[in-house]
Design a protein around this ligand. Structure first.
Ligand SMILES: [Cu+2]
Length: 72
């Protein structure tokens, strides 16, 4: 099991409730240990277990919420 901590740019966050929504849903997602969205820098920092989830899956979850995660 490897824990990865990375930050990705996110498009579409506009207010504190976007931040809250993204963090809440990510934290409920299996494999995500920690999630922090920053409105000012427009980035999301996630800590996840790569045996359970990957950045592509995280980007999918973000997309379902109406935002776009740039995972490269
Ligand atoms: Cu908002």
């Amino acid at each position: 099991m490897a824990i990865i901590k990375e930050s990705y740019p996110v498009i579409g966050m506009e207010c504190a409730s976007c931040v809250k929504k993204i963090e809440t849903i990510l934290l409920k997602t299996e494999g995500i240990i920690n999630a922090n969205a920053n409105l000012a820098s427009e980035k999301i920092t996630v800590e996840y277990d790569e045996s359970l989830i990957n950045k592509k899956m995280i980007a999918e979850a973000i997309k379902k919420m109406g935002y776009e995660l740039i995972v490269g």
